[in-house]
Design a protein around this ligand. Structure first.
Ligand code: ADP
Ligand code: NI
Length: 223
């Protein structure tokens, strides 16, 4: 699999610089460190799967920049991102479309909406990497950071989102949603660690059987 040429290397450098600046101090688990991890795992998967490395890396870097969960200070409108890609970073139109098709379709929240549209190979690599970063030790840490930032309880609230509830409504489902063989393989160990963590937490905190499954009540947005 060919690496990046000189022009692409420079384009990736400019994109990273821009994203790093925008997300340096983001406080809900979408910070630059998340982006850097997704960048690395995406590339690892893309190499195993024979995907295009430029489209993969650019999509990984930009994947959270249009997310509705970011506040206005961190998010950019899709039009602005498109303009930056073509005018500032001089990415050709076909490649811009490929990148935008990935980052607009890869979220867990929209999985029903886009279930009939297959992601490109590059999209599958980035989506698996993003989901891998939501599970395992790092996933546990991010869920707790997110809950802390939002003022959610750790567990036990039936009608409001909780950190433990998030594992049952999303994080424990991700292992079976992996697109690639590499993703599935990497997800296995991370999934087991979450089960172990939840088991111990349950022991230490003496959850009742009911609150163990303390899914958020209806009407709460599943992100
Ligand atoms: P990503 O950037 O990986 O697509 P999200 O945008 O869904 O992930 O959320 C960012 C991080 O915050 C993830 O690690 C996710 O598990 C966590 N998170 C999202 N919603 C909640 C919630 N209600 N409670 C706890 N953690 C959450
Ligand atoms: Ni992400």
């Amino acid at each position: 699999m060919a690496g990046l040429n000189q022009e692409q290397t420079e384009q990736i450098r400019l994109m990273s610089e821009w994203v790093r600046k925008k997300l340096a101090a983001e406080g809900t688990g979408h910070d630059w460190l998340h982006i850097e991890r997704v960048q690395n795992i995406s590339l690892q998967i893309a190499k195993e799967e024979g995907a295009d490395l430029f489209v993969t890396e650019a999509s990984a870097l930009l994947h959270d920049m249009i997310d509705v969960k970011l506040d206005d200070e961190h998010r950019v409108p899709l039009d602005e991102l498109k303009r930056r890609l073509s005018e500032d970073w001089k990415v050709d139109p076909g490649t811009v479309d490929g990148i935008l098709a990935i980052i607009t379709r890869m979220s867990f929240r929209d999985r029903e909406k886009y279930k009939d549209e297959r992601l490109s190979k590059e999209g599958m690599a980035v989506q698996d990497a993003d989901r891998l970063d939501a599970i395992g030790a790092v996933g546990i840490a991010r869920a707790l950071m997110f809950a802390g930032a939002k003022g959610h309880l750790l567990y036990g609230s039936a009608n409001a989102p909780t950190a433990v509830g998030h594992f049952y409504e999303k994080l424990l489902l991700l292992k079976d949603l992996m697109n690639t063989k590499t993703g599935r393989m990497l997800a296995e160990k991370r999934h087991q660690l979450m089960l172990e963590f939840l088991g111990e937490l349950e022991n230490e905190c003496a959850f009742s059987g009911e609150s163990r499954l303390d899914r958020s009540g209806p009407g709460v947005m599943v992100e």
